[in-house]
Design a protein. Sequence first.
Length: 213
Amino acid sequence: MQRVPVHPRGNSPSCRGKNVLRIGNRRSAPPVWDASRWTDVTETNARFDAEVLPYLDAAYSLARWLVRDDHVAEDVVQDAYLRAFRYFGSFRGSDARPWLLGIVRNCCYDWFAQQKRSREFESDVEDADAPALDGHSRPETPETLLVQKMERAHVTAGIARLALPFREVLVLREMEDLSYEEIANVLGIPKGTVMSRLSRARRQLQEELSQYR
């Protein structure tokens, strides 16, 4: 089960009775609670729930494709949502999905750096850990279901074998349906580089799948 990020929420503090604070030998009135600040926090929480939480599945899907490990992906998404909440006040865009996926990607790369084995990770392909693909169009008979299962397994394995720069751009375009401009913003690269990598990723995937035909 995916772990949903926990907001740092709590009940607003209150001053009970007419107690006073003692500072040394001095007595002072309790601090005045600024209700407007609590209102701002509550509104931020509500906006975060409405604008960012709906993309939890997309965040988890991207993390799984990049790190190729379910449990690591859960940790990455948890970290990404905590970061997203921390910096949500500075978000000024109209669509939080590309912004969130950029944070997820950065968290994945942070995990690679912590493992200090990103090259080994790229060459150590574990097809069983790659996320499954969904198929739809054909009538569901035992024969077609078997064919669909085999095709999905081949495509999943082919994508998993792509080098990380090509795998991430293919996932963002074909599975998350981001535009070239959005992908460029997520990856921090020029739009032309996005198109070039996507073209190479598709070509390499076709070459991978040709061996099954």
